[in-house]
Ligand binder design. Structure first.
Ligand code: H79
Length: 446
């Protein structure tokens, strides 16, 4: 009863415009969604896919905005979209090889073009292109067969729909009328979400983006989130609004940043203590296919992001931008294959872990599963690595690769690990530290 009253009090704070600091606390969330959140935290690695009409211009997913393309011209572009080499089974096989546990794909981006069959508008890939196939249906079937969860990215921002009015921060004169019916737009959005949540089997969740275009508009999030949770009680709401988490949201996601880092300039530095966390990241500098962007991150850098995300207790959602014909550039596939090979050896120190007893440092990060702490040494030139106390006695320590014993010296101030030299082919030296079986000599240091 006390809990109920606390939850109600948090709700009324919200209604008064307060910050929903406790409204997402676990006790008001149904068990199946809590289980889905735990699954998400265990998953650790997802594949983000940005693919749409924009892919044809090879200049990223913002090309309509950046080149100030008129709606009528973009509508023509849509009629030429024919990705005949799209092969959902091949995409999912690549995801599987990479070791991702879920895929998040653009069901529609800010251009408003639906990459799925929808009765809400003819502006969709089945009714509006020569392709006439529903790639999301094919992908959903392939994902379900392979045991990979599928999340749908959904842009709340829309540069095409006439009822997206009044327009927001990304407005330009693209030929739309200067009037519109916002409530009709919300109904359209909710109807498309209903389609996505009723026609594609179990959906991992909805990844929202673009609300930042009109952060103060009456989005009626409670009603949209409620709809999602009613239609699929285990589906997670993942909002990329760059704000403090709100009620009904299940994951706090950070764009191009580790949790709390905000090097991008638009993320919040607040990090939720009870929601699963996620970092979305481009492999080069673009989300949608960009034919001249060859600024690809190295495998070593990508491993570093995966490890540091996990060390923060979060997932890495790593992006690819497939080509307009449905193929995936070799720069993407090579890196995904390398990450999969790395995870085949080191995955036990990533999957199913939570953030470890020592928060991420310049040298690396720690993860943990039960009594086992994984010390990930990414960047440390010396033979000895000093650590703060882990909060429990060390029973044994050994290298994950090769299982050689790692000498440990424990003192009241912490412990020192004697490291083997780093191999050129080893971006992360992982030391498995098994703790427990005795009283903790110290409190954990973070
Ligand atoms: O889908 C990918 C991008 O297209 C989309 N999110 C990822 C996952 C994205 N678009 N923009 N951004 C991310 C960056 C946001 C920039 C912003 Fe702004 C700065 C939003 C608000 C301030 C741009 C400048 C829009 C308004 C002002």
């Amino acid at each position: 009863m006390k809990r109920l009253r606390a939850a109600l009090a948090a709700g009324s704070l919200l209604a008064a415009g307060g910050v929903p600091a406790t409204a997402q606390a676990g006790d008001s969330v149904p068990a199946e969604r809590l289980a889905a959140r735990r699954w998400f935290s265990d998953a650790k690695f997802g594949l983000f896919i940005h693919w749409g009409v924009y892919s044809q211009l090879g200049a990223g997913e913002w090309v309509m905005h950046n080149r100030k393309i008129a709606v009528s011209d973009y509508e023509w572009l849509a009629t030429t979209f024919n990705p005949t080499k799209f092969d959902a089974v091949a995409w999912v096989a690549l995801a599987k090889r990479a070791g991702v546990r879920y895929i998040t794909i653009t069901s529609r981006h800010h251009d408003g073009f639906a990459m799925f069959q929808t009765a809400q508008t003819p502006y969709n890939i089945v009714d509006g292109t020569p392709f006439r196939r529903d790639p999301l249906k094919e992908l959903a079937d392939a994902c379900h067969a392979a045991g990979i969860k599928l999340f749908f990215y959904y842009s709340q921002l829309d540069w095409h729909h006439p009822d997206y009015w009044p327009r927001g921060r990304t407005a330009w004169d693209n030929g739309r009328p200067d009037h519109g019916d916002w409530s009709r737009y919300l109904a359209f959005m909710n109807a498309q979400l209903t389609e996505l949540l009723t026609r594609y089997g179990d959906v991992g969740g909805i990844w929202f983006d673009g609300m930042w275009d009109k952060p103060d508009a009456p989005w009626q999030l409670d009603s949209t989130y409620g709809l999602i949770h009613r239609l699929q009680p285990a589906a997670l709401v993942v909002p990329n609004h760059h704000q403090h988490p709100r009620p009904g949201e299940d994951v706090q996601t950070f764009e191009q940043d580790l949790p709390g880092a905000n090097s991008a300039g638009f993320n919040t530095s607040y990090v939720s203590g009870d929601l699963p966390l996620e970092t979305s990241l481009t492999m080069n500098g673009s989300w949608g296919f960009n034919i001249t962007d060859k600024d690809f991150k190295s495998v070593r850098t990508l491993v570093g992001y995966l490890v540091r995300a996990a060390g923060n207790g979060g997932n890495l959602l790593l992006n690819i931008g497939p080509r307009p014909d449905g193929t995936i550039s070799p720069e993407f596939t090579a890196r995904l294959d390398s990450l999969g090979a790395w995870l085949a050896v080191y995955g036990t120190a990533i999957y199913g872990t939570r953030r470890g007893p020592v928060s991420p440092r310049g040298w690396g990060a720690t993860t943990r599963r039960g009594d086992t702490v994984f010390v990930h040494v990414l960047d440390w030139p010396d033979p000895l690595l000093p650590l703060p106390p882990l909060g429990a006695r060390v029973r044994t320590a050994y290298l994950l690769r090769g299982r050689a014993a790692v000498p440990v010296v424990e003192t009241a101030a912490g412990m020192t690990l004697a490291l083997p030299p780093a191999g050129a082919d080893e971006p992360d030296r992982v030391i498995v530290v098994v703790t427990g079986g005795g009283a903790a000599p110290n409190r954990p240091g973070r």
